[in-house]
Write a protein that binds this ligand. Structure first.
Ligand code: DHB
Length: 299
């Protein structure tokens, strides 16, 4: 049995895409009704063009990106984007990005629609402000934005934290106290790459978010620190590309996992991960996958 619960939300399995690493076109490679949930690329209430190109660069064991959350606004999103995702009977997670506390709270309230299963507040995008600043960098700003959102929606609401914070346990506790239903740990790590012939940064925005297998051990450690700090469920994210990776995250404390960069290399990877989880359960005699959460043996 691969089913898991994230707070009050039941998922048929713990595997879902990471925001921004998945689009409806994946249905050509993957049966979307098999996934635990569908997480859509962050939308911001304000229209934005996105960052200068190039927006992605390959690195050893990962990639850098600085997309800048291009957006045509919430009305367009609701009319033109959302309906395509709600057609599969799989719970839909809408990821929201915004510039201010009020804008976040308004946008989350506005997107708390019946067809939306969960709101994911992306308070950790490294590409909107200088030096990767984001609400999730500090416990204080995390508390402010999460409590403002909580005050405006009764919808299940997850908050996405950043590895760029210096004290992740304090940030996770702030998110929990402020009323988040779950924590997504986490987003990309601020990085940079330079072309030594042109001496130019490989990203138009100079710095960007590092993702992929290169960050997996860091993300795993952060999930475990959050697991020790809070009681709310944790969704693990960062470099997961196999069933084994997903199980590691669950043992460290995750109730579910998000797959990002790996889907760019193999759009069918999430289906293979689900098959791999099933095979692991059979091989290891695990009757309920969800019982693995937090079961790393520490002594
Ligand atoms: C973007 C947003 C993110 O949350 C992230 O981790 C990486 C990139 C973006 O659109 O730039």
């Amino acid at each position: 049995d691969l089913s898991v619960k994230v707070g009050d939300i039941s998922l048929q399995n713990p595997v879902m895409p990471a925001s921004g690493c998945f689009a409806i076109e994946y249905q050509e490679a993957l049966d979307l009704s098999r996934l635990g949930a569908l997480v859509i690329k962050s939308v911001s209430p304000k229209s934005r063009a996105g960052n200068p190109t190039p927006r992605v660069a390959e690195t050893h064991g990962g990639m850098l990106n600085s997309i800048g959350i291009p957006s045509k606004g919430l009305d367009y999103y609701r009319r033109e984007v959302l309906p395509a995702y709600t057609a599969f009977g799989t719970p839909v997670v809408v990821s929201i990005s915004a510039d201010t506390v009020d804008e976040f709270a308004d946008a989350c309230a506005e997107m708390s629609l019946p067809e939306v299963a969960v709101i994911e507040a992306n308070i950790s995008c490294p590409n909107l402000e200088a030096d990767g600043m984001a609400f999730a960098m500090s416990p204080d700003t995390t508390y402010k934005v999460v409590s403002a959102i909580r005050g405006r929606t009764k919808h299940p609401f997850w908050v996405k934290l950043t590895p760029n914070a210096s004290n992740i346990a304090a940030v996770a506790k702030a998110a929990e106290e402020a009323g988040a239903d779950a924590i997504v740990m986490g987003n990309t790590i601020l990085g940079m790459a330079i072309d030594v012939r042109t001496r130019k940064p490989k990203l138009g925005n100079v710095m960007g978010g590092l993702s992929g297998p290169a960050i997996k051990p860091i993300a795993l450690r952060l999930v475990h620190q959050c697991y020790r700090a809070v009681r709310v469920p944790i969704i693990g994210c960062g470099g997961i590309s196999s069933a084994e990776d997903a199980i590691e995250f669950m043992l460290a404390g995750a109730s579910a996992v998000q797959v990002g960069t790996a889907s760019f290399l193999d759009p069918g990877i999430m289906s293979k991960i689900i098959d791999g989880l099933q095979a692991y359960c059979v091989e290891m005699g695990v009757s309920h996958l969800r019982e693995l959460t937090g079961q790393v043996k520490l002594d």
